[in-house]
Design a protein around this ligand. Structure first.
Ligand SMILES: *Cc1c(COP(=O)(O)O)cnc(C)c1O
Length: 405
């Protein structure tokens, strides 16, 4: 799953270029940097690899989401519709620009349920933000239709789905803007980092300025730049960009290994007819970072999770329903509006309202779901052993539950 599993000579070489010049900043110092512009090169490589017109690197995926929202003009008084299964960064970014995160149900795609999105639209809705969780995609055609009908922006949080495609287009390049994270556990890593991708020049120019204090980057040097708007500092460093540059060149080889390992594991799971799988709107586009599977009931799923732990083979098998980072059920800090800064009344009221919001249809899905992370380093032998041990646990639990029924 993560690019750090394949950290090696390529990354060290790119890093050494930066260490030898000592210019760790992405802008300026033209003479001293000896021709090395790692952040610029990585942005160029991203536009080529993913097929988008523009890419703006940031210091994290969370910063990329905040930047994208600012660049799209999302702020106070606006609502952003997003799924209740994601990573906390998605709502953090919405709150950071003064907007209201409107959390809605997921379906068996483990991403936004288009019907739930429709029901959540109000006069204040500005944007739909699908989160392409666990390597695979939301039903983008259905969401695009809704965006068209209500004149809404589409912002893709593709932080977890680097290299996945939907009908031939790369996730993150399909909406008005899209983001990747290059944090340490993502498909390619910079250590820390992220990117905003877009095909619209004004959104790119806004992102470029916003991540660097509003600089227009048109002056002969930084001191001569103008500031058409107020920005922030979400710059990536040359050190981080150097690592990313080596990683993006290896993405294709990561994806090949990931898909092969995923296919082998799934073929073992397929021996158990009671196991079903995540619905994937375009199966061929799955980046295969995870195999996400369902069991018939929450009770059976919990028993399987418990037994995997008892047998010491739970590592890499994620039961999101009990997870503090990824699902609404455990987000008490959000539901109690626990922030350090003072929120607007509109934001606080919307968050507190989440305590009473009905997420039972998502619960019915997430309570039965386990996602198995696909490692790049597994040998075929290890996959066979892992898979066989997991399905033995599943069969044992299914048998016990049939006996007690
Ligand atoms: C990792 C992640 C982010 C945030 O990325 P960071 O680089 O860790 O800030 C945002 N959204 C999702 C879905 C993620 O998985």
């Amino acid at each position: 799953m993560p690019g750090f599993e394949f950290f090696g000579d390529e990354e060290r070489k790119e890093l050494n270029d930066v260490l030898e010049s000592g210019i760790l900043m992405r802008y300026g110092f033209d003479a001293a940097r000896k021709g090395h512009w790692k952040a610029k090169e990585l942005e160029q490589a991203i536009t080529e690899t993913f097929g988008c017109k523009y890419a703006q690197l940031t210091s994290s995926g969370t910063a990329a989401l905040t930047t994208a929202m600012s660049a799209l003009g999302i702020g106070f008084g606006h609502e952003v519709i997003m799924p209740c299964f994601t990573f906390v960064a998605s709502f953090e970014a919405v709150l950071s620009v003064g907007a209201v995160p409107v959390l809605v149900d997921v379906d068996e795609t483990l991403t936004l349920n288009p019907d739930a999105v429709r029901k959540a639209i109000t006069g204040n809705t500005k944007c739909i933000m699908p989160v392409h969780m666990c390597g695979s995609m939301a039903d983008l055609d259905a969401l695009k239709v809704i965006c068209g009908e209500y004149n809404l922006l589409l912002l893709e949080d593709a932080c977890q789905s680097i290299g996945a495609t939907y009908k031939g287009e790369m996730l993150g390049t399909i909406g008005d803007a899209g983001t990747f994270s290059f944090d340490f556990v993502k498909t390619i890593t910079c250590g820390e980092g992220g990117v905003v991708m877009t095909n619209k020049e004004n959104i790119y120019l806004n992102s470029d300025g916003y991540t660097d204090h509003g600089h227009d980057h048109l002056g002969v040097d930084r001191g001569a730049d103008l500031h058409p708007f107020v920005g922030y500092n979400f710059r990536i460093s040359e050190l981080h960009a150097a690592v990313g540059l080596a990683q993006v060149r290896k993405l294709n080889s990561f994806l090949i290994v990931q898909k092969r390992n995923h296919a082998q594991l799934k073929s073992i799971f397929m021996q158990v007819p009671e196991i079903s799988y995540r619905v994937i709107p375009d199966e061929a586009g799955d980046s295969c970072t995870f195999l996400s599977w369902f069991l018939p009931t929450e009770e059976i799923t919990r028993a399987v999770v418990t037994e995997l732990k008892l047998q010491g083979i739970a590592a890499g098998n994620f039961y999101w329903y009990d997870n503090n980072w990824h699902y609404i059920r455990k987000w008490d800090h959000l539901k109690n509006a626990k922030t350090l800064n003072i929120l607007s009344d509109v934001q606080r009221n919307a968050l507190v309202q989440l305590q009473k919001t009905d997420f039972s249809s998502s619960d019915a899905i997430m309570g039965r779901c386990i996602s198995t992370a696909i490692s790049l380093t597994w040998t075929p032998e290890q996959i066979r052993e892992k898979g066989e041990r997991i399905i033995a646990v599943v069969r044992q639990v299914l048998q016990q539950s049939a006996v007690s029924a």
